[in-house]
Design a protein around this ligand. Structure first.
Ligand SMILES: CC(C)(COP(=O)(O)OP(=O)(O)OC[C@H]1O[C@@H](n2cnc3c(N)ncnc32)[C@H](O)[C@@H]1OP(=O)(O)O)[C@@H](O)C(=O)NCCC(=O)NCCS
Length: 192
């Protein structure tokens, strides 16, 4: 059962007319309703929605994507070797093309182990950038909320941490590592 097959993918625009959307995260809900259009107008990110064919004002899930890159010098040796061993002629690359999933949410009504809409959505995104991308893009990147449910979601969908926790952590004034709000994760669209 793939709910997204009963949905239409639309680019989110001022003409999109959707009901109040709730994925369980207030910041993400607010982004979709208030910030997605200004983001798109400034060419900072494009938001896509899947709406139910049987009820087009019902948004099942959404995601926002923008161009990004995985810069070679920001990657610690171990992770870098991991990336490079999979890419030929890599010495000429300063960075690897990537797409950043800046926002992503599934309507709470459709979050369930029976439907696995989040997994369907991620499978769609992967296929979309492998087969129908207008530019080259090797990696998907995400700054995942550092909470179990979200990290498990991305891990289950074969994303891996780009950096070790201690390499992402900033220090407070006393020199102690600050808790991380997000973790950078990536998915290799070829060897993922
Ligand atoms: C994170 C999010 C997108 C995941 O979407 P989802 O539709 O719930 O995700 P999935 O399709 O992977 O999983 C649905 C359920 O099936 C379960 N499931 C998925 N694959 C499974 C498998 N192979 N075996 C067993 N259970 C599985 C999951 O554990 C999940 O159960 P839960 O709801 O009890 O945790 C969604 O919860 C969401 O929108 N959260 C709020 C917004 C957010 O945090 N977004 C992330 C931004 S970085």
């Amino acid at each position: 059962l793939n709910l997204l097959e009963d949905c239409t993918l639309e680019r989110y625009t001022a003409e999109s007319n959707i009901n109040q959307f709730d994925c369980g995260n207030a910041d993400l809900n607010d982004f979709l309703h208030n910030d997605a259009l200004p983001y798109a107008e400034k060419l900072l990110g494009v938001t896509y929605i899947f709406t139910l064919d049987a009820n087009p004002s019902e948004c099942v899930c959404f995601f926002t994507v923008s161009n990004d890159g995985v810069r070679v010098e920001y990657i610690p040796n171990r992770a870098r070797k991991n990336l490079e061993k999979k890419i030929p002629n890599v010495k000429t690359q300063r960075s690897y093309p990537a797409v950043k999933i800046g926002r992503l949410g599934v309507n709470k009504k459709y979050q369930s182990p029976d439907m696995r809409v989040g997994t369907q959505l991620m499978d769609f995104i992967k296929g979309w950038f492998i087969e129908r991308n207008k530019t080259g893009c090797r990696f998907l990147l995400v700054d995942a909320y550092n909470i179990d449910k979200v990290l498990q979601y991305y891990t289950r969908n074969h994303f891996v941490f780009l950096l070790k926790e201690e390499d992402e952590q900033k220090k407070d004034a006393a020199g102690n590592p600050k808790p991380l709000a997000t973790r950078l994760m990536f998915y290799d669209l070829i060897n993922g």
